[in-house]
Design a protein around this ligand. Structure first.
Ligand SMILES: *Cc1c(COP(=O)(O)O)cnc(C)c1O
Length: 343
């Protein structure tokens, strides 16, 4: 992507910084399929400890990390419950069904605004006439839910629901770091609520690749087999793990800057009546249902003026702030959007 374009499509577009590239270039490596890459071992131990779990496993993508976790907690022909807009049932191309034989059932899309009682009422018990529910998955922060943050109190209630029904609770924590920074909840507080988590290094944290599955030692031992089966066994991957370790050390607390940039963007375009919800984290969700421009027209006009945004649906779009767009870039994005929305 040409540097003259301001890219607010996603926080996945970030490129490794010079410091991160240096860490990658000097990483100690070994064959990780043999369990011999010291940098991967260190990253896995570090992330497990951050969330207060016994173990973690490095995976090539967030989708694979989610799918490994789901296979850990839902046997074939059993059921997963999640939001209708969840990444696991929207952007993972049917993987839970294709690889895990998992049946998914969804609650109506509510983003981070989940109702534990409603979810409790959906759980199907073991029996001979209905598919039994084995796990509930939530997303923190919620991607299609405009980067919304599920309150800690709600997650605690949901944990109680899961315990009562003896089902597992999975967190798709691709942006759990953003929730941590936005709400000030320690990562370990989130960690203790979930049986399995996936956490991503290549979104707001700015690493080029990588997510981890987090869980008990027993689960992660099984996860290693599942990863290999899915073709995710990697060799001298300490080069990428080093980028992840660098990101954890340098790029977590700075997410507050991305949240501030999103808030500034949201404030500037609020008068046009196109905000879907308030911007809690680094995502500014747009609802164009009352605008003369549909999402494609807005994206095309913005692109013409040097700004890239994501189209999510005919009348929905989003802007995502990240470390590769600075304050001057946000000023420019505000100029472009103001111009286009006014016209
Ligand atoms: C990006 C993302 C993932 C993982 O995506 P990959 O592109 O497979 O790394 C998972 N969950 C959510 C909520 C995401 O936003």
């Amino acid at each position: 992507m040409a540097d003259s374009l301001i890219d607010l499509r996603s926080d996945t577009v970030t490129r490794p910084t010079p410091g991160m590239r240096e860490a990658m270039a000097t990483a100690e490596v070994g064959d990780d399929v043999y369990g011999e890459d010291p940098t991967v071992i260190a990253l896995e131990a570090e992330v497990a400890a951050l969330f207060g779990h016994e173990a973690a496993l490095f995976a090539p993508s967030g989708s694979m990390a989610n799918q490994i976790a789901l296979q850990l907690v839902v046997p074939p022909a059993n059921e997963l419950l999640c939001d209708a807009d969840a990444h696991v049932v929207t952007y993972e191309i049917g993987a839970a069904a294709a690889y895990g034989g998992i049946s998914s059932r969804t609650w109506p899309a509510v983003g981070a605004d989940i109702d534990p009682d409603l979810i409790a009422a959906m759980i199907r018990p073991d029996g001979y006439f209905a598919v039994p529910t084995r796990a509930i998955a939530v997303e923190q922060t919620h991607n299609r839910g405009g980067g919304g943050v599920i309150p800690l109190a709600t997650l605690r209630e949901l944990r109680r629901v899961a315990d009562d029904a003896q089902v597992a609770l999975h967190c798709d924590g691709a942006r759990i770091w953003h929730a941590h920074v936005a709400d000030g909840v320690p990562l370990i507080e989130y960690g203790r609520l979930f049986d399995t988590m996936s956490v991503c290094l290549s979104k707001g944290l700015g690493a080029p690749v990588g997510s981890l599955v987090v869980g008990s030692a027993e689960k992660i031992e099984r996860a290693r087999l599942i990863r290999k089966r899915m073709g995710g066994g990697m060799r001298q991957v300490g080069i990428l793990a080093a980028a992840g370790r660098y990101a954890l050390a340098h790029h977590v607390e700075r997410l507050a800057e991305d949240h501030a940039k999103a808030a500034r963007l949201a404030e500037a375009i609020a008068p046009f009546g196109v905000l879907a919800t308030t911007a809690r984290t680094n995502i500014v969700p747009l609802d164009l249902s009352k605008s003369p421009l549909d999402a494609h027209a807005l994206a095309a006009a913005a692109r013409e003026a040097g700004l890239l945004i994501s189209v999510l649906g005919p009348r929905t779009a989003r802007l995502v702030t990240h470390m590769d767009v600075d304050d001057a870039g946000i000023d420019r994005a505000i100029e472009v959007l103001t111009q286009v929305l006014r016209a």
